[in-house]
Design a protein around this ligand. Structure first.
Ligand SMILES: *Cc1c(COP(=O)(O)O)cnc(C)c1O
Length: 401
């Protein structure tokens, strides 16, 4: 069978519009398409391929588990899941783990747990969930409703209720909405899809204090910011506060689908037997790979490397901006970086992405005004330099028309 991009239009639901080329092979931070053209990968599968493509240790973990045991369901537990849960709890504030298959599912579990906890402990009226404009929490109906982008949640009929939104980094607005009826506040400790926006220290600490004041749970969605992305294992570790519930996915599997919700024993108790579940959650293949990802990422070598590579990116991007004056700011943290476009280029992030692809560089956008990079955490310095010179050629093309 001849597989072409045209086949996509014939057989796939049209909810995506992928690039013209079809990748067939990846190694480290390089990808090759059907014609053998090589690309440098600054996109990392949207902050997923945290150790690049086909990392030998992840391939080994997958093969090893693949010859032992693939699936059991949650009628039985398994060794990789228990080992991974132990390592996640040892490495974080959490004492309990629930496994899912994606970020949205981990968030769905977090939201349902928060609602159940509030119902059990405080009663029915404590059900308000507050989240932030431009936030992103996934595409299930509950999570997309909690996400702060109406464009994603509108058009599917009546939404789950009890959900309110305020602006990110606006503590006064949050305070004005909160009361004893607030069940949970859900936030990304570094907004990803919404434009790569960091919380101020004051805001992060203020949110924690308000949650304490009103007995509301603080849910950190670390689906994009977690697993080393910011140079900390989880972004909360750099903010000097702890959430009550944390969700993690994307990079956790390094390219194999897995998600997890982490919380404390006291809160976890409220998801009693039968209250929630997932057929594939805690799948041995996924957990075996994720265990290896965590072993490798949660080391000073990789985490300090992220901070070093962030500097390389920033220096390179600032140098490009000196010449072309198209970014108002290079923002973000670690290897989740965004180039915010100036007024002159407002709304044109996709043009930069397309021009980059023409120069054989894969990057991302975060809305219409931000070009986003989320490469492998171990991308070689030479690939950063080579990729940035491709990016410079792309920027030149857009700027010079
Ligand atoms: C990607 C993302 C999700 C959704 O994850 P899926 O695996 O696509 O369901 C949720 N929250 C954040 C912050 C994300 O970046």
């Amino acid at each position: 069978m001849k597989v072409t991009r045209d086949l996509f239009n014939e057989v796939m639901v049209p909810n995506y519009n992928p690039a013209a080329m079809i990748p067939v092979k990846g190694q480290g931070s390089r990808v090759w398409d059907q014609t053998g053209t090589e690309y440098i990968d600054f996109a990392g599968g949207i902050a997923v391929n945290v150790l690049g493509h086909c990392h030998p240790e992840l391939v080994a973990a997958l093969k090893e588990q693949g010859e032992k045991l693939w699936h059991l369901s949650n009628v039985l537990t398994n060794e990789p899941a228990l080992r991974l849960a132990k390592k996640l709890t040892d490495a974080t504030f959490a004492q309990r783990v629930y496994f899912a298959n994606s970020g949205a599912e981990a968030n769905e579990a977090a939201l349902k747990l928060a609602r159940r906890y509030a119902l059990d402990v405080y009663g029915e009226s404590k059900n308000q969930i507050i989240a932030f404009n431009q936030g992103f929490h996934g595409r299930t109906f509950f999570t997309v409703t909690v996400g702060g982008q109406a464009a994603y949640s509108d058009g599917f009929g009546p939404k789950p209720g009890g959900v309110d939104h305020v602006d990110y980094n606006d503590l006064a607005a949050l305070e004005a909405l909160m009361s004893d009826n607030t069940c949970a506040v859900m936030m990304e400790p570094l907004q990803g899809e919404g434009g790569i926006i960091r919380p101020t220290d004051e805001f992060a600490k203020g949110v924690r204090a308000l949650c304490d004041k009103y007995n509301a749970l603080l849910i950190f969605d670390e689906v994009q910011s977690g697993v080393g992305r910011t140079g900390e294992l989880y972004a909360y570790m750099g903010l000097g506060i702890e959430p009550d519930i944390l969700t993690t996915a994307k990079a956790l599997g390094g390219g194999f689908p897995i998600g997890a919700m982490l919380t404390t024993t006291k809160i976890a108790e409220h998801l009693k037997v039968g209250t929630h579940g997932s057929t594939y959650g805690g799948n041995p293949l996924a957990c075996a790979v994720a265990e290896r990802v965590l072993d490798i990422v949660n080391t000073p070598t990789v985490l300090d490397g992220v901070k070093h590579k962030e500097q390389l990116f920033r220096q390179g991007l600032e140098a490009i901006n000196q010449k072309y004056q198209c970014f108002s700011e290079v923002r973000g943290q670690g290897l989740l970086l965004g180039c915010a476009l100036t007024e002159k280029f407002a709304g044109r992030s996709r043009e930069f992405l397309v021009a980059a692809a023409d120069e054989h560089l894969m990057c991302l956008i975060a809305g219409a005004n931000v070009v986003r990079f989320a490469p492998s955490l171990i991308i070689p310095d030479e690939d950063i330099k080579a990729g940035l010179s491709r990016f410079e050629r792309a920027v030149a093309k857009v700027v010079n028309g």
